[in-house]
Design a protein around this ligand. Structure first.
Ligand code: RIB
Length: 304
């Protein structure tokens, strides 16, 4: 299993379940409320750790009760939290999530995540040396992510960037990324290309972009520039929050197996993750992933 270094966000998810999303100006009664551990970075770290990867995380929490709980829970998942620091007089990051059916709408308030500086990343340079693969997202300041990309490149480590939430990326950063893992919308924003031009974008960056496509699985081009699809796995979705993070964490954990096999396993892990509530609630262990894959062996097409 790959040694994974995650640079990114840690949030407490405040989740309200409703029958339907409210309209502008409307007040609705919700059915239930729950807090779940989340944040795209923490989610990716947990996904990789559950699958057996050795994971180190660089991040920041606030000096509040959420911060303590979030850091403790990451350590309980077996993640090295040495480089997760606490910002004084600052709230931890939170995400307000409205869940209607299995779909969600999310507002993130970064809190301490906004304090993660390039200096924090430089201070953890030894973690880059120890890693097989580095993965990051965009809920932390862009300058910090750019520093992580630079350090990964300096030490010859593959750098996976999940460009979520969507934002434009500089040509300089794009050059330092080994693999970009956007959905279709994030891809168009990251590259500044029209949304329906994703095939051309994938062919322009052979082997460097893997686009997630929900129920259509994932698309990428192989080294020969040929478009490849990894099909998704059909499951009963309860909560899709964190499915993309599970996919990315699994991709990093299975990085040593190559893009084709890593993306197949990542699609399976992402599918399993939506079958239970909470971003991290449904993330599978390696044993659960293997059992699931054993169950779908031999099934074809829509049965998978
Ligand atoms: O990708 C899902 C995550 O996005 C949630 O856990 C929430 O914290 C937001 O960061």
């Amino acid at each position: 299993m790959s040694k994974v270094l995650v640079v990114g966000s840690i949030n407490m998810d405040l989740v309200a379940q409703v029958d339907q999303f409210p309209r502008l100006g409307e007040t609705l009664f919700g059915q239930s409320f729950a807090t779940h551990h989340g944040g795209k970075g923490a989610n990716q770290a947990v996904a990789a750790a559950r699958l057996g990867a050795e994971v180190t995380m660089i991040g920041r929490v606030g000096d509040d009760a959420f911060g303590q709980e979030l850091k403790t829970s990451l350590a309980a998942e077996g993640i090295n939290t040495e480089w997760i620091s606490s910002s004084a007089n600052t709230a931890s990051g939170i995400a307000m999530i409205t869940l209607a059916g299995s779909d969600n709408a999310i507002i993130v308030v970064p809190g301490a995540n906004a304090d993660l500086t390039p200096a924090d990343v430089i201070a953890a340079e030894s973690a880059f040396l120890a890693a097989d693969v580095v993965i990051a997202q965009l809920e932390s300041p862009l300058a910090t992510i750019e520093m992580a990309a630079q350090l990964a490149q300096r030490h010859g480590k593959p750098f996976i960037l999940n460009p979520a939430p969507a934002m434009p990326l500089s040509a300089e950063l794009l050059k330092q990324i080994t693999l970009l893992t956007p959905n279709e919308f994030e891809l168009s924003i990251a590259l500044g290309t029209p949304e329906n031009a994703w095939q051309a974008a994938l062919q322009h960056y052979p082997g460097q972009i893997l686009m997630t496509a929900g129920q259509d699985g994932a698309w990428y081009t192989n080294a020969a520039g040929e478009l490849q699809q990894q099909e998704s796995f059909a499951v009963h979705a309860v909560d899709t929050t964190g499915a993309g993070d599970t996919f990315n964490g699994a991709l990093a954990a299975f990085w040593h197996l190559g893009l084709s096999e890593a993306s197949r396993l990542a699609c399976a892990a992402g599918a399993l993750s939506v079958t239970r509530a909470g971003a991290q609630g449904g993330m599978p262990t390696l044993a659960e992933l293997n059992a699931f894959l054993d169950g779908v062996q031999g099934k074809t097409g829509d049965e998978k």
